[in-house]
Design a protein around this ligand. Structure first.
Ligand SMILES: NC(=O)c1ccc[n+]([C@@H]2O[C@H](COP(=O)([O-])OP(=O)(O)OC[C@H]3O[C@@H](n4cnc5c(N)ncnc54)[C@H](O)[C@@H]3O)[C@@H](O)[C@H]2O)c1
Length: 266
């Protein structure tokens, strides 16, 4: 017996769709039948993602938008609804890691920027998209948090605080939206590699020159891996399955949780 694809006839909005994790999840949702609306600040990254999706046979459109600007988010969501008719699925995923330094030296401007993107931006997208979903009485949302929002990491005051806030937004939104047929969950990846984000973290933790990590990036990489019970970083391809599950009816009684994708760090 052939089951129809889980997201057939649905549209998924993916913020941070120009980034690595957003693209991997977009590919998975498209492979299960969803049409994809990619939203990102960076038009070049967006176009690179869209080209890969189209090559894989998906339906995908780009929407350039800065999530820190509520008017821009409203315009982009209107344009997506105009283009696709509705939004059933949301991956609220745009993010920025910011500077690495101890809190007494943490640059205030960077703190502000990280909070603007990761918290205020995530709130804008949640607010505007959930208003559309409430009108229709249907929606499935996943917010991208981080293990930095579960255990405060050293040298990452802004990022850690921002991701704790994303977990909090998820719990509140799940309660506020449950009466409207909308489920809201979060994912918290830990170390994901290889690639730019892994290299950046290793380099910046080494440069932070703290008691927690070596000043040699190769040693920092080993220290990070040793902190993971599974003794390896996660691959970006290990994230989309969990998101697809949370967005699907397989998770029909699951809302308000934060799934750790962390190799056993909890
Ligand atoms: N890579 C990791 O190790 C890791 C671990 C845990 C959580 N995360 C989270 O996963 C999410 C995706 O990260 P990624 O690894 O794919 O990083 P990435 O940098 O490849 O992607 C993030 C995307 O967000 C976009 N973006 C940034 N500011 C924006 C804004 N104001 N408006 C719209 N778009 C904006 C960027 O242009 C980029 O394309 C982020 O929320 C990140 O915090 C990543």
């Amino acid at each position: 017996m052939n089951a129809s694809p889980r997201f057939h006839g649905q549209t998924a909005l993916i913020t941070g769709g120009g980034g690595e994790i957003g693209l991997a999840i977009a590919k998975r949702l498209a492979s299960e039948g969803a049409a994809i609306a990619l939203l990102d600040l960076d038009p070049e990254k967006l176009e690179r993602s869209r080209a890969q999706l189209i090559e894989a046979g998906a339906t995908a459109e780009n929407f350039v938008c800065d999530v820190t600007d509520i008017d821009a988010v409203e315009q982009a969501v209107s344009a997506i609804v105009e283009c696709f008719g509705s939004i059933e699925l949301l991956l609220n995923n745009a993010g920025y890691q910011g500077a690495f330094s101890p809190i007494h030296q943490h640059p205030a401007a960077e703190f502000d920027k990280v909070i603007r993107i990761n918290v205020v931006g995530a709130f804008h997208v949640l607010k505007v998209v959930s208003a559309h979903m409430v009108e229709r009485g249907y929606g499935r949302i996943v917010n991208t948090a981080s293990m930095a929002g579960v255990q405060g990491p050293p040298n990452m005051a802004a990022y850690g605080a921002s991701k704790f806030a994303v977990v909090g937004l998820t719990e509140t939104a799940a309660k506020d939206l449950a009466p409207h047929g909308i489920r809201v969950n979060a994912i918290s990846p830990a170390f994901i590699g290889p690639g730019f984000m892994w290299d950046r973290q290793v380099q910046l933790q080494a440069e932070a020159n703290s008691q927690y990590f070596s000043t040699d990036p190769r040693e920092v990489a080993r220290q990070m891996i040793d902190s993971v019970p599974m003794r390896r970083y996660g691959g970006v391809e290990e994230i989309p399955g969990t998101v697809a599950y949370l967005l699907s009816d397989d998770a029909s009684y699951v809302t308000g949780i934060n799934v750790h994708i962390s190799g056993g760090i909890n």
